[in-house]
Design a protein around this ligand. Structure first.
Ligand code: ATP
Ligand code: MG
Length: 253
C-alpha cells in the first residue's frame, strides 16, 4: 500500500483510494467499482466528509428495523469488501445476520475471492453466502438476479450498501425493507429504499453498529417500527437542505 502521511489534509480520503486499489489487486473489487467510488467521493465533498444529522436520523430508524427483523441479511459487494470488511463482519455478528456476496459484475472467481477475504478478516464460514446462488430476484436480468434462497431471497430486511438502483427497486417490490448506504441522495437507490443512509459506507456502518449497541442496552425500547413512521423522501430532502446550508455557511452560495 502506498504510504500516505497521516498529516495529509486528505488522508482519510486517500486511504480509501488505497484500499480500493488493493481490492483491485486482490481481485475483489471491479474496475467499474473505482468509478462508482469517484461518484461517491464527489458527494462526500459536498456533505463535508462527515455524518449529517439527516444520516443520523436514518441510522436510528435503520437500527430499529434491523433489531426488529426476523431475517436480516447484509449484502456485500466488491467495494464494501475492500472498504469496510471489518465493519460488515462486526454488524453481522451483532445482529446475527448472514453476509451475502452479491455483485453487479459477477464472476464466480470474484465471488469466491470476496468470500475468502471476509473469512480471512474473521467472518464465520457458514455465515458467508452468495457462492451457491439458488434463487432469483424477479424482474432483474441475468447474473445480477442470482441470490441465495436462505439469504437475500427470503430476508425481510436487507442492508445493501452501494446498491444498484433497479435491484433496490426489485427488492422493495418483493416486499422487503431495504436499507441502503449511498453518498448520492439523488440516486435511484436512495430514492427507492425504505431507508437511505447518505454517508460514506465505513462511517455509516460504524454509526449503525454503535446505535444498535445503544438500543440493545436501552430498556423498553420500541423495536417494531413500521415504515409509516419514517419518510425516506422527506429525509432525503433534509440531506439536500443540509448540503445547501453548509455551502451557505461557507459563503459559497
Ligand atoms: P443508481 O443505480 O442507484 O441510480 P448509480 O448507477 O449512479 O446509482 P451505482 O454505480 O449503481 O450508482 O452505485 C454506486 C453508488 O454508490 C453511487 O451512487 C455512489 O454515490 C455510491 N458510493 C460510492 N462510493 C461510496 C462510499 N464509499 N460510501 C457510500 N456510497 C458510495
Ligand atoms: Mg446503478
Amino acid at each position: 500500500m502506498f504510504k500516505i502521511p497521516e498529516t495529509h489534509p486528505r488522508y482519510e480520503s486517500l486511504m480509501k483510494r488505497e484500499k480500493l486499489v488493493e481490492g483491485i489487486e486482490a481481485g475483489i473489487t471491479s474496475k467499474q467499482g473505482l468509478i462508482a467510488h469517484g461518484r461517491g467521493e464527489a458527494f462526500d465533498y459536498l456533505i463535508g466528509e462527515k455524518t449529517l444529522d439527516s444520516a443520523r436520523r436514518a441510522t436510528e430508524f435503520a437500527a430499529s428495523l434491523l433489531l426488529a427483523a426476523k431475517k436480516p441479511v447484509i449484502s456485500v459487494n466488491g467495494n464494501v469488501a475492500a472498504l469496510a470488511a471489518r465493519e460488515v463482519i462486526e454488524l453481522s455478528n451483532l445482529i446475527n445476520a448472514p453476509l451475502e456476496v452479491n455483485i453487479f459484475y459477477r464472476s464466480e472467481e470474484r465471488v469466491r475471492k470476496i468470500k475468502e477475504h471476509l473469512e480471512k478478516q474473521g467472518a464465520e464460514v457458514e455465515k458467508v453466502l452468495g457462492d451457491k446462488p439458488n434463487a432469483r430476484i424477479p424482474g432483474i436480468e441475468h447474473a445480477r438476479a442470482r441470490v441465495d434462497r436462505e439469504g437475500i431471497y427470503s430476508a425481510d430486511v436487507v442492508l445493501a450498501p452501494l446498491e444498484d438502483g433497479d435491484r433496490c427497486e426489485a427488492l422493495v417490490e418483493m416486499g422487503k425493507k431495504v436499507i441502503t448506504i449511498d453518498l448520492n441522495p439523488l440516486s435511484r437507490t436512495s430514492r427507492h429504499a425504505t431507508v437511505s443512509i447518505v454517508d460514506d459506507v465505513e462511517r455509516a456502518l460504524k454509526n449503525l453498529i454503535s446505535v444498535i449497541r445503544e438500543k440493545r442496552g436501552e430498556k423498553g425500547v420500541e423495536l417494531a417500527p413500521t415504515s409509516g413512521e419514517y419518510d425516506n423522501k422527506e429525509n432525503l430532502r433534509e440531506v439536500i437542505k443540509e448540503i445547501v446550508n453548509r455551502l451557505k455557511e461557507k459563503d459559497l452560495i
